[in-house]
Design a protein around this ligand. Structure first.
Ligand code: ADP
Ligand code: G6P
Length: 467
C-alpha cells in the first residue's frame, strides 16, 4: 500500500464499503482485509484492471478519518461514518429497513424517521466525495441499496458526469416497495442515473412499472423519460465472478492438497455436502440444515457416511435479526450433532469465520454437493464459485429457485424451493445419488455458462451501455 493519491479519475465506483476493511490488532498494528460479500468479490477485479480508477467507500469501522490511499492497484477514497451513522444509516435504514423489504419481507422491515434522516445525510456525503474525485465527464458507477439517493444528488452537483447505478440485491414488486414512506424520494434518487442495472429482468420491469404508476412519467420497455427530457434506462445485467481466477486457484496443487486434507479432517466422509454464506437470514441456512438433519436422523442418509460442512462469515452482528439467527443456527447444529453424532464423528461441522480465498476454493473442490438455498437472493456468487472450481467436471449444485443465479442456471442445477423441506430433502438425495454421467452432463453446461459469462463481460456490457 502507499499513500500517493493521483489526480481526479475518469472512472469512479461508489459503494458503501471499500474493497478492504481496516483491522486493528490488540497490539495496535493495522492490516487491511478483503471486505465481506459478493459486491467486493465482483468489483475488485473490475477495478484492478482499470488503472487510475477510484473507489469511494467506508473503511468498515466508525469514526475513521483516513486520507485517500492506493491498495492492490486501486485508489481508495475513504468516507467516514460516525458511530451514530453506523447505527442509523448502515445497521438501521440500510440493513433493518431496505434489506428485509427488498428480500420479499422475509424479516419484518422497520421504519424510523431518524434512520431515514441519517440515510439522506450519509448519501449526501458519498455524493460529495464522488463529485470531488471525478474528472470532467467521468463515468461514475454507484453500487447497491445503501446509496439509492446518490445518483440524483450527484447529478445535481455534477451534471457533466455519466452516472450508472447497479442494484446487487432484488428489486421488490410494487406491492412491497410502496410500503416505504419515502418511496417517491428513492425512485427519484435512482432516476438521477443514466442507466440503472438490476440482476434479473423482473427487477428492471418492477422498477419501470413503479415509475410509470407512481410518478406518471412516460416509459418504454426499458426506459423512462424524465420531465426535463433526459432518458434513464433500466435493464438486467446478471453479475458474475472472475471465473478464471477461481479456476486457476482450484488447479493449484497446494489447494488440491488442502482439499484432500479437508476431507480427511472431516473423517473421510463418502458424501460431503457444503454450504457457504454470510450469516444472513435470507440465505436459508436453517432450512438446509433442517433438511440435512432429517435425512441423517431418519437414516435416509447414513450419518457415518455423510457429512455437512457449513461455513458462515459473521455479518451485521449488531442487528437484532442477525443475533437471533446466530443463536438459532447454533441450536439446530447442536441438536443434529447431539442426536446422531458419536465420539469422533459429527454429521455437521459449522464454522462461523471468514476464510482466505484459497481455503474457500479448497472447500469447493472438496465437496460433492453444494447446497445454495436462499429464500431470496439478488444473484448468489457462491453458486458460481463452486461451478468455477469443479475442474474435473464433477460435483452437483442444489440451487434455490429464488436466487438471481437460478435465472441463468436452473436448467442444469438441482432446483429447490427452500420452503419445501420434503422437496429439498428429495432433491439433495437425488443430487447425491444421480449417475456420475448425469452430474457430469449438468456440470459441463453450468461451466460453459459461467466461463462465458464472467465478471469482465458483465462490467463491459454495463459500461458500454452507460455511455
Ligand atoms: P452476499 O453478497 O449476499 O454475501 P454472495 O454469494 O453473492 O452473497 O457472495 C458471497 C461472497 O462471500 C462470495 O465471494 C464468497 O466466496 C464469500 N464468502 C462467503 N463466506 C465466506 C467465508 N466464510 N470466508 C470468506 N469468504 C466468504
Ligand atoms: C451483500 C450486499 C453488499 C454488502 C455485502 C456485505 O453483498 O449486496 O452491498 O456489502 O452483502 O454486507 P455488509 O453489510 O457487511 O457490507
Amino acid at each position: 500500500m502507499n499513500n500517493q493519491f493521483e489526480k481526479r479519475s475518469d472512472f469512479v465506483v461508489v459503494a458503501n464499503r471499500l474493497s478492504v476493511d481496516r483491522v486493528v490488532a490488540d497490539d495496535g498494528s493495522e492490516t487491511w482485509r478483503t471486505s465481506p460479500g459478493g459486491l467486493v468479490t465482483a468489483l475488485e477485479p473490475v477495478m484492478q484492471s482499470r488503472r487510475g480508477s477510484a473507489w469511494v467507500g467506508w473503511p468498515g469501522s466508525p469514526d475513521e478519518e483516513l486520507e485517500p490511499f492506493v491498495h492492490d492497484g486501486i485508489q481508495l477514497v475513504p468516507v467516514s461514518l460516525s458511530a451514530q451513522d453506523v447505527t442509523e444509516y448502515y445497521e438501521g435504514f440500510s440493513n433493518a429497513t431496505l434489506w428485509p423489504l427488498f428480500h420479499d419481507g422475509v424479516a419484518f422491515p422497520e421504519y424510523h424517521r431518524e434512520w431515514w434522516d441519517a440515510y439522506v445525510r450519509v448519501n449526501r456525503r458519498f455524493a460529495e466525495a464522488a463529485a470531488a474525485v471525478a474528472a470532467e465527464g467521468a463515468q461514475v458507477w454507484v453500487q447497491d441499496y445503501q446509496l439509492l439517493l446518490v445518483p440524483r444528488m450527484l447529478r445535481t452537483l455534477r451534471p457533466d458526469l455519466y452516472i450508472g447505478f447497479f442494484l446487487h440485491i432484488p428489486f421488490p414488486p410494487m406491492e412491497l416497495f410502496v410500503q416505504l414512506p419515502w418511496r417517491a424520494e428513492i425512485l427519484d434518487g435512482l432516476l438521477g442515473s443514466d442507466l440503472v442495472g438490476f440482476q434479473i429482468a423482473g427487477g428492471a420491469s418492477n422498477f419501470i412499472h413503479l415509475v410509470s404508476e407512481r410518478l406518471g412519467y412516460p416509459t418504454g420497455d426499458d426506459t423512462v423519460t424524465l420531465p426535463d427530457g433526459r432518458v434513464c434506462a433500466a435493464r438486467a445485467y446478471p453479475i458474475s465472478i472472475p471465473t478464471q481466477r477461481f479456476a486457476d486457484l482450484a488447479a493449484d496443487p497446494a489447494v488440491q492438497e488442502r482439499a484432500r486434507e479437508i476431507r480427511a479432517e472431516l473423517d473421510d466422509p463418502e458424501l460431503l455436502f457444503l454450504g457457504v454464506d454470510r450469516l444472513d437470514y435470507t440465505k436459508g441456512i436453517k432450512h438446509r440444515l433442517r433438511a440435512f438433519g432429517e435425512l441423517v436422523t431418519s437414516g435416509q442418509l447414513d450419518p457415518d457416511r455423510a457429512a455437512f460442512l457449513q461455513v458462515a462469515t459473521p455479518s451485521r452482528e449488531r442487528v437484532e435479526e442477525y443475533k437471533m439467527l446466530r443463536d438459532e443456527i447454533d441450536r439446530i447444529v447442536g441438536r443434529i450433532n447431539g442426536s446422531v453424532g458419536r465420539i469422533g464423528r459429527q454429521p455437521v461441522t459449522y464454522l462461523h469465520t471468514h476464510y482466505p480465498r484459497e481455503e474457500m476454493v479448497a472447500m469447493y473442490s472438496a465437496a460433492d454437493v453444494m447446497v445454495v438455498s436462499p429464500l431470496r437472493d439478488g444473484m448468489n456468487l457462491v453458486a458460481k464459485e463452486y461451478i468455477a472450481c469443479r475442474r474435473n467436471g464433477d460435483g452437483a449444485l442444489v440451487l434455490s429457485e429464488f436466487t438471481g443465479a437460478a435465472d441463468e442456471l436452473s436448467e442444469w442445477t438441482y432446483s429447490i424451493n427452500p420452503y419445501d423441506i420434503n422437496g429439498m430433502k428429495a432433491t439433495m438425495l437425488r443430487a447425491a445419488t444421480d449417475a456420475p454421467e448425469e452430474r457430469q452432463r449438468r456440470m459441463a453446461a453450468l461451466r460453459e455458462q459461467v466461463f462465458t459469462h464472467d465478471i469482465d463481460r458483465w462490467a463491459e456490457s454495463f459500461l458500454a451501455d452507460m455511455g
